[in-house]
Design a protein around this ligand. Structure first.
Ligand code: GLA
Length: 339
C-alpha cells in the first residue's frame, strides 16, 4: 500500500478556522508518502527519511499522555489511536514538505499515515480524525484547515473553506501565477503557547459579542477590553477579506487579491500580534520584487514562512537571489492511496 498526502499553504484567512470562519488554503505539490505492508504482529514499525529514530508503536494504543516530547513517533501513535488498526505492519515515510516551516508537514504525515493504516470513512471524517490526532500528539488546539486542505485539495485550485459547515469550494488558481514561500528560519517554541492564548482570547471576545463568524465591525464597540477588541477585529475583518479574495481570485483579479494579502498581514501584525520583525521584513522584501501581487505571513505566525502571489515569469528572475530557503508552490490535488 502506498499513500500520499500534500502539505498546504494558506493564501489568506489566518487564525479564522478555530472560530468557524473562512479561510483560503491550497494543497501543494510537496507531500508525504507512506509505503506500508500490514503484518500479523501487533506492532507498527516505520522508518522516516527525516528522522533517524524508527517509530515503534505497540497496538492497541489507548490514548496518549501529554508530553513535552513532540517527536514524530507521537504522531504515529496518535494516528494509530484514531484509526485503530487490527494489525500492525512495517513501512517507510518520505516527505518533501519542509519541517516546521508552516507548510503543514504534520497534517501531511497524519493524513498519509491514517490512509496507510486503513482508515475507513469519508474525506471529512479523515480530516477530523487527523485533527484529533494532532491535538493528542502535540497538545496544540489547532483548527481544521491543515488536515482538510490536505484531504480535499484540488489540482489547479485553491479551496475556499467554511470552517462552520466544513464545506470546501474549489476556486480556480490563475494561470501564469504561483505562490512563493520564504522560510524565515525562525522556529519558536512559544508558538504553541501563544496559539492557545490567541484561541482563548477569541473565546473571551465571543463570550461578550457572540460568534465572531457572524459579528460585524460595529459589534466591536461592545468589547471594552482593547486587547480583545483588536483580536476580534482581526478575525472579523479577515473573514471579510477571505470572501473578497475568493471572489477576486475566481475572476483572475490578482491585483485585488494581492492587496488583500497585504492587508491580512498588516492585521495579523498589528491587531492579532502574531508577526515578528523578520516576517514583516521578508513580506515587504517580497512585495518589492517584480511581478509580486502581495505577500503575507502564512500559518500560525511567530516564525515559519512568508508567502507571495507572484507571476511565474518574474519569479525566474529574482527567486535564486534570496538567502532564505524558498519554495515555488503550485496547487495540487488531495491525498491519494493505492494498493
Ligand atoms: C496553524 C493551525 C491552523 C490555523 C493556522 C492559523 O496552522 O494548524 O489550524 O489555525 O495556524 O490560521
Amino acid at each position: 500500500m502506498r499513500t500520499w498526502a500534500p502539505g498546504r499553504v494558506n493564501l489568506i484567512g489566518e487564525h479564522t478556522d478555530y472560530t468557524g470562519g473562512l479561510t483560503l488554503p491550497m494543497a501543494i505539490q510537496l507531500g508525504t508518502t507512506v509505503e506500508y505492508e500490514p503484518s500479523s504482529e501487533p506492532l507498527i514499525r516505520l522508518e522516516s527519511d527525516q528522522d533517524p529514530r524508527e517509530a515503534w508503536v505497540r497496538l492497541p494504543v489507548d490514548g496518549l499522555r501529554p508530553s513535552a516530547d513532540a517527536s514524530w513517533v507521537r504522531f504515529v501513535a496518535a494516528v494509530a489511536a484514531q484509526v485503530g488498526p487490527a494489525h500492525g505492519g512495517r513501512g517507510r515515510v518520505r516527505s518533501t514538505v519542509p519541517l516546521g516551516a508552516g507548510l503543514s508537514s504534520s497534517a501531511a504525515l497524519e493524513v498519509a499515515l491514517a490512509l496507510a493504516l486503513g482508515f475507513r470513512g469519508s474525506p471529512l471524517e479523515l480530516a477530523l480524525a487527523c485533527q484529533r490526532a494532532e491535538h493528542a500528539a502535540i497538545g496544540v488546539p489547532s483548527g481544521i484547515m491543515d488536515q482538510l486542505a490536505s484531504v480535499a485539495g484540488r489540482a489547479g485550485h485553491a479551496l475556499l473553506m467554511d470552517c462552520s459547515s466544513l464545506a470546501t469550494t474549489p476556486v480556480p488558481f490563475p494561470e501564469g501565477y504561483e505562490v512563493v514561500a520564504l522560510d524565515s528560519g525562525v522556529r519558536r517554541r512559544l508558538a504553541s503557547s501563544a496559539y492557545a492564548e490567541r484561541r482563548s482570547e477569541c473565546r473571551a471576545a465571543e463570550a461578550v459579542i457572540g460568534p465572531l463568524r457572524f459579528a460585524s465591525p460595529e459589534d466591536l464597540t461592545g468589547l471594552a477590553d482593547p486587547l480583545l477588541r483588536r483580536r476580534a477585529r482581526h478575525v472579523i475583518t479577515e473573514n471579510a477579506r477571505v470572501e473578497e479574495a475568493a471572489a477576486a481570485l475566481g475572476r483572475g483579479d490578482t491585483g485585488a487579491f494581492g492587496q488583500l494579502m497585504d492587508a491580512s498581514h498588516a492585521s495579523l501584525s498589528s491587531d492579532f500580534g502574531v508577526s515578528t520583525p523578520v516576517l514583516d521584513e521578508l513580506a515587504s522584501w517580497l512585495r518589492s520584487q517584480p511581478g509580486v501581487a502581495g505577500a503575507r505571513l502564512t500559518g500560525a505566525g511567530f516564525g515559519g514562512c512568508v508567502v507571495a502571489l507572484a507571476e511565474s515569469g518574474g519569479v525566474d528572475r529574482w527567486f535564486p537571489e534570496r538567502r532564505h530557503p524558498a519554495w515555488r508552490l503550485v496547487p495540487a490535488g488531495g491525498a491519494t492511496s493505492a494498493p
